[in-house]
Design a protein around this ligand. Structure first.
Ligand code: NAP
Ligand code: G4F
Length: 343
């Protein structure tokens, strides 16, 4: 019998990479999508090919993690071997604008899935998409599985709830439930409003005279960026481990946003010079055109200044390590963007 995976958040960046990975491992993959007035399955174009075939290995269901009934009904109907909870309002800045909804989806959504597992079949394995945002105002460097949490946003606080409720259901009901504590991971399929995608897309368009300027926020926060394609492998490995456990997944390297911009500009052969300080800091191209400016709109009420992980445990127990470095990631993102522009 083929293994059956159910992915909440299948239409997102990680959902798309995980679907592809699991299908290659011969799983039948079921995904939960939200009803939307515009088509939101573009990341799944590669895998969602035969919606009406008799024997499908990729099946989509309408549902929402804020709707307990849909969560329970889908789990009961699919009876999966493994559930991956990737569903979330995943934008940190937006979580300050819609804190109640973010908490409902990102915290209570996890509880709804765990309760449904307890009711339907306690043998279903569960992966929870935890985040390095839980470390927030970091209390030690680098961060590992034992580092205390200090979240800095409604998003981070909701993810901390999900972390503990997952651990609590593991201990209380002996579920095979794991928390991945994933640091930032990016790809050509990254959402348009996250900083790496904004920078790569913006600079590619500026290079091709499709756009004049890019507006950003804090240039000095530091992130540990990996490639989403590597990180979905770690999610799967957690559920294949002998015992359920929690793992930090990261690269161990960190860069500022400004350094990321400089690397992308260099690859695109845009010679940039920075002038000014604070919110007035701007980047100019070789013709002295201002191509990057900061805008108050993109600063957050509370910032996570620095994130850098330690993946020693995942390396030792799961035999996982990242295959792609920051240069590979940037190359991948640029070539995708340039292809989009030339279409
Ligand atoms: P993403 O691209 O924003 O995808 C989020 C997914 O969740 C989308 O499929 C979205 O559906 C779905 N979703 C949102 N609200 C939902 C709801 N109420 N009910 C059902 N589905 C809902 O995020 P990602 O980058 O793939 O990240 C996947 C997960 O890992 C998220 O939980 C995120 O918080 C977490 N995480 C991400 C990173 C990272 O750096 N990428 C790091 C740590 C943790 P729509 O397409 O309809 O919006
Ligand atoms: O790309 P970001 O929005 O990612 P952030 O806030 O680190 O969150 C991402 O990673 C988390 C893991 O640590 C995930 F849990 C979460 O779901 C999400 O995927 O911002 C990165 C940094 C921040 O310090 C932000 O202030 O970039 C800074 N930044 C500067 N200008 C900007 C911008 N961020 C965004 N989104 N847009 C800007 O214009």
């Amino acid at each position: 019998m083929k293994k059956k995976a159910l992915i909440f958040g299948v239409t997102g960046q990680d959902g798309a990479y995980l679907s592809k990975f699991l299908l290659n491992k011969n799983y039948v993959v079921h995904g939960v999508i939200r009803r939307s007035s515009s088509i939101n399955t573009f990341r799944l174009n590669d895998v969602y090919k035969e919606p009406f075939a008799k024997k499908r290995n990729f099946v989509l269901h309408y549902g929402d993690v804020t709707d307990s009934l849909s969560v329970l009904n889908i789990i009961e109907k699919v009876r999966p071997t493994e559930i991956y909870n990737l569903a979330a309002q995943s934008h940190v800045a937006v979580s300050f604008d819609i804190p109640e909804y973010t908490t409902n989806a990102d915290a209570l959504g996890t509880l709804r899935i765990l309760e449904a597992i307890v009711k339907v079949d306690k043998k279903i394995k569960f992966y929870q998409a935890g985040s390095s945002e839980m470390f927030g105002k970091v209390v030690e460097k680098p961060q590992n599985e034992n580092t205390p949490f200090y979240p800095r946003s409604p998003y981070g606080v909701a993810k901390v709830y999900s972390y503990w409720i997952t651990l609590n259901y593991r201990e209380s009901y002996k579920l095979f439930a794991c928390n991945g504590i994933l640091f930032n991971h990016e790809s050509p399929l990254r959402g348009e409003t996250f900083v790496t995608k904004k920078v790569v897309k913006g600079l590619c368009r500026i290079k091709n005279n499709k756009q004049k300027k890019l507006y950003l926020g804090n240039l000095y926060s530091k992130r540990d960026w990996g490639h989403a394609e590597d990180y979905v492998v770690a999610m799967w490995k957690m559920l294949q481990n002998k015992v359920p456990d929690d793992f930090v997944i990261c690269t161990g390297k960190q860069y500022t946003i400004k350094k990321f911009i400089n690397l992308v500009a260099k690859k695109l052969k845009i010679k940039i010079k920075w002038r000014g300080k604070g919110i007035n800091e701007k980047a100019y191209d070789q013709n002295n055109n201002c191509i990057i400016e900061c805008h108050q709109r993109y600063f957050r009420p509370a910032e996570v200044d620095t994130l850098q992980g330690d993946y020693s445990k995942a390396k030792k127990v799961l035999k996982w390590k990242p295959k792609k470095n920051l240069e590979d990631l940037i190359n991948d993102m640029i070539s995708y963007e340039l292809k989009q522009i030339s279409k």
